[in-house]
Write a protein that binds this ligand. Structure first.
Ligand SMILES: NC(=O)c1ccc[n+]([C@@H]2O[C@H](COP(=O)([O-])OP(=O)(O)OC[C@H]3O[C@@H](n4cnc5c(N)ncnc54)[C@H](O)[C@@H]3O)[C@@H](O)[C@H]2O)c1
Length: 458
C-alpha cells in the first residue's frame, strides 16, 4: 500500500510527539532520551471484558477464532480490503456463538482501518496484514488508545522499529509481536529445561525458517504471494527471522537481564530458485519473469550476544528441502534440538541414554515430556490443541487474553519483537557490505539489564 507513515503521524492527535521521534535515523540512538516510560515489564490495569478489532483477515481469521472463543472477550470490528473476507469471518464469528450484532465492518479502501480505530475505540487491535503495513497500523493503533498485537515480523526497517518503541513508551500501550512459535510444545519444554539448568550454561543456538513457499507466487494479485514475492527483489538478507529466533532468544534471556543481542554478520547464497520457478510456471511476459530476484535463496547470519554466545539464523523459502526451524540450543551439559525433536545430555537420561553421544528421540521422548513439559502446555493443551500450528496459536492467544484480563506484563515485550525483527534490516545491510558486522541498536536504551527474564508461567 502506498501509505505514508509520516503523514498520518503528523495529522494524528499525538502527532507532534510521535513526529519528533521520526527524525531518529541512526542505528544506536542511546543518546536520544526516551520521551516516555520503559515498557520492559509494563503491565496495564486489568481489562474486564476485552474489546478487540481485527485488521487483515486471512491469518487474522485464525486469531479471530482463538480470541472470540475465550470468555470475557468481545469482537467489536473487522477490517479487510475485501468485502468477501469480512463477510466470511463475520459468518464464522456467528458460528462461534459470538454476538455479531454490534460488530462494525470495514472494507473496500486501504484507509478504512483508520476510520475503524476512531469510530470503535477498541482496547486492542490484532494486525495480520502484509509486512509493510505492520508499523503504520501498530503505531496508529497505540496513538488511538489501543494495545497493538502485530503478526510477525514487527516491522521492516529499523526506523519503523524505533517509531514503534517510542510510540509504545509515549502512549504506554503494549505493542507485542505475536511470535506463536514460542508457545510450541518443544519450545516451551526447552525453555523449561533451560530454566532448570538441565543443559548447564548456554553457549550457542541455531534458528531457522526454512520453508519452501515458491507456490505462493501463484497468488499473483491477491493473497500472501502477491506482496511477499516482492521482498525477494532486493538484497534483503533474512526477511523472516523471528519464528526460529524468538524461542532461542527467550532460552538465552536475550534482552532480559542476563544477555542481549550485540552484533551480526550475514551472507546470502546466489539467488536462483525464484527465477527458475517463474520461467517454468509463468508466461514470458508475466510480471514475475520481468522482475529481478536479487535476494539469495538461502541466507545465513551469525549473531553474537553481549556475553559472547552465538546464534546461527538461517532463512530459505525457495529451495526444495523439508521444513525446519532448527530449534537447537547447546549448553555446557547437553544439547536440545529440533527437526526432529531430540535431546542429548551429559551423563545420559534415566534408562534412555547413557551419555551425550546419542540422541533421545522418537517414542523415547515421552519420558522427557513427562518430566519437563512446560506447565503452560499441560494447563492449556486440551483447550487449544485444535487452534492452529499444533496448538501454539491458541496458547499464545490464551496468554494474551489472560495477561490483559489480569493486568500482567505480556510474555513478549515491544523490545523483544523489535530485536528479533531487526535481523532483517541488519542482515540485509551485512549482505550488501559483503559480510561486514552490524551492531544491533539497543531499543531498550540499556534498560534490558533491569528487565526480568520470562517466568515459567504456571
Ligand atoms: N505466525 C504465523 O504462523 C503466521 C502464519 C501466516 C502468516 N503470518 C503473518 O501474518 C501476516 C498476514 O499474512 P497472510 O498470509 O494472512 O497475508 P494475506 O495477504 O493473505 O492477508 C492479509 C490480509 O490483510 C488485508 N489487508 C492488507 N492491507 C489492508 C488494509 N490497508 N486495510 C485492511 N486490510 C488490509 C488483505 O486484504 C488480506 O486479506 C503476515 O505478517 C505473515 O507474515 C504468520
Amino acid at each position: 500500500m502506498s501509505y505514508n507513515r509520516r503523514n498520518f503521524i503528523k495529522t494524528s492527535s499525538l502527532g507532534a510527539i510521535a513526529a519528533s521521534s521520526l527524525s531518529i535515523n541512526c542505528q544506536n540512538n542511546l543518546s536520544i532520551p526516551s520521551e516516555g516510560v520503559y515498557m520492559g515489564d509494563f503491565a496495564d490495569k486489568p481489562i474486564k471484558k476485552i474489546r478487540a478489532a481485527f485488521i487483515g483477515l486471512n491469518r487474522g481469521g485464525s486469531h479471530l477464532r482463538n480470541f472470540a472463543t475465550i470468555e470475557n472477550t468481545e469482537v467489536v470490528a473487522l477490517s479487510d480490503l475485501y468485502e468477501e473476507n469480512v463477510k466470511r469471518e463475520l459468518e464464522r464469528l456467528y458460528q462461534y456463538n459470538s454476538n455479531t450484532n454490534n460488530v462494525k465492518t470495514y472494507w473496500g479502501d486501504k484507509n478504512k482501518w483508520k476510520v475503524m480505530l476512531k469510530e470503535v475505540r477498541p482496547d486492542v487491535v490484532f494486525i495480520s496484514t502484509n509486512w509493510n503495513n505492520h508499523a503504520p497500523m501498530a503505531i496508529q493503533s497505540m496513538i488511538d488508545g489501543a494495545h497493538a498485537f502485530v503478526e510477525v515480523p514487527m516491522a521492516v526497517t529499523l526506523e519503523e522499529m524505533w517509531d514503534i518503541v517510542n510510540t509504545s513508551e509515549k502512549t504506554q500501550k503494549h505493542c507485542m509481536m505475536m511470535e506463536n512459535v514460542n508457545y510450541g510444545r518443544a519450545e516451551l519444554m526447552y525453555l523449561n529445561m533451560c530454566r532448570q539448568n538441565v543443559i548447564g550454561e548456554l553457549l550457542h543456538g541455531e534458528a531457522a525458517y526454512i520453508h519452501e513457499l515458491r507456490w505462493q507466487m501463484m497468488q499473483e494479485d491477491k493473497g500472501t504471494g502477491s506482496w511477499r514475492t516482492l521482498h525477494y527483489r532486493g538484497e534483503n538478507g533474512n526477511v523472516y527471522p523471528t519464528h526460529g529466533l524468538g524461542p532461542i532468544a527467550q532460552y538465552m534471556n536475550l534482552c532480559r537481564k542476563d544477555d542481549n543481542f550485540k552484533s551480526l554478520v550475514s551472507y546470502s547464497s546466489p539467488a536462483l530458485g525464484r527465477k527458475l520457478y517463474a520461467e517454468k510456471n509463468f508466461p514470458k511476459d508475466h510480471k514475475w519473469n520481468n522482475m529481478e530476484f536479487k535476494n539469495g535463496d538461502l541466507n545465513t547470519s551469525i549473531i553474537k550476544t553481549e556475553m559472547g554466545r552465538t546464534v546461527l539464523v538461517q532463512w530459505d523459502e525457495t529451495s526444495p528441502r523439508p521444513y525446519t526451524r532448527l530449534n537447537l540450543i547447546q549448553g555446557t551439559k547437553g544439547t536440545l534440538a529440533g527437526y526432529p525433536t531430540r535431546v542429548a545430555l551429559e551423563g545420559g537420561f534415566e534408562d534412555l541414554s547413557i551419555d551425550h553421544h546419542s540422541w533421545i528421540q522418537g517414542d523415547d521422548l515421552e519420558k522427557l515430556y513427562e518430566k519437563y513439559d512446560h506447565p503452560l502446555y499441560k494447563r492449556l493443551n486440551s483447550k487449544t490443541k485444535k487452534s492452529g500450528h499444533g496448538g501454539m496459536d491458541g496458547i499464545m492467544m490464551y496468554r494474551i487474553v489472560e495477561c490483559l484480563h489480569k493486568g500482567l506484563p505480556l510474555d513478549q515485550n515491544v523490545y523483544e519483537g523489535c530485536f528479533w525483527s531487526s535481523v532483517t534490516p541488519l542482515s540485509g545491510k551485512s549482505v550488501r557490505e559483503d559480510g561486514k558486522p552490524q551492531t544491533f541498536p539497543d531499543f531498550t536504551r540499556g534498560k534490558w539489564k533491569k528487565t526480568n527474564p520470562l517466568d515459567i508461567v504456571l
